[in-house]
Design a binder for this molecule. Sequence first.
Ligand code: ADP
Length: 354
Amino acid sequence: MANVRFSGVTKAYGNTSVVSDLDLELPDGSFTVLVGPSGCGKSTSLRMLAGLETVTSGTITIGERDVTHLQPRDRDIAMVFQNYALYPHLTVAENIAFPLRATRTPRREALSRAGEVAESLGLDKLLSRKPKDLSGGQQQRVAIGRAIIREPSVFLFDEPLSNLDAKLRVETRTELLQIQRRLGITSVYVTHDQEEAMTLSDRMVVMRDGHIAQQGPPQEVYTQPADTFVATFVGSPKMNLLDGQFRGRDFLLANGFALTTDQAGAAGQLTLGVRPDDLQLAVTDSDTAAAARVTLIENLGPRAIVTIDARGTEITAVVEGPALAGIAEGTPVALSVRPGATHLFDAATGQRSV
Ligand code: ADP
């Protein structure tokens, strides 16, 4: 086990930096998820840590060791990829034992260790199966087993669940978290899926255009997004962003629509952010300035996603079942923000202001 540090790490292709001046400290035993839209530099960062990509400038350390220029095999890391590429002609036990065999551990000893690892992953009844006779989730666990058996000081995961179907992805995600908690190995995980990042990480690093947009515990990133990019990237359905200004406690959009908040807000043009589940709907008279109209209700069982047309501005709300009473498509509604749930951003820069 070890902590990992990126200090001023840059990766450039020609004149283009795809990762710029990355400073990141991952404590021993932590589970860090790098998340962001496609092309933001997450895989490149992970691959530089793995030694699969050179570093243009800066240093990477694992524990006390500067590994910046070490070969991948000398870094004491293990990596699980999206395409976990098990050897089809080998059994589960042989696949898991493979890294030990590659370092010339005697066959019996390697298979015995593989048996222990398989047991910890719930694969002990499948030891003699070939990969083609396993489900996708089981194959993924074998790939994890193959990574664990070397007892690396750092575990790297590059979108390891993206080939699995939705249900299996959630199940395997839970298993992965349990394994990581049990082993306590410092882990770095790359995904473009914000939900996966929220559920897995104890440290979430949101990246954008080769930079860190925000890092911290996932709940902090969710409740205190640093800017409008992070605000809309994290959370589903995504946060509503509305441009306007306060008039007393009402937030007035340019189109004349008024949204009620519990804040007597700052003067001037602002961007107000409100998560769909922080909006409250009240049936109202269609003639008031606050009236908007429900255009679509998507039922999710205990709650519904409600799309609202506020004088031409589309607003999304998530409404719990009981609060839906009396609301149908076409109903005029007034909107208010749950107390304490407004996010305010600078209208020009998008930076959080409250
Ligand atoms: P992510 O994992 O966030 O989707 P990557 O780290 O894979 O993003 O890529 C970051 C950026 O680097 C992308 O814009 C990609 O096109 C660019 N890139 C990756 N490899 C190369 C390369 N060999 N030459 C030039 N640009 C590259």
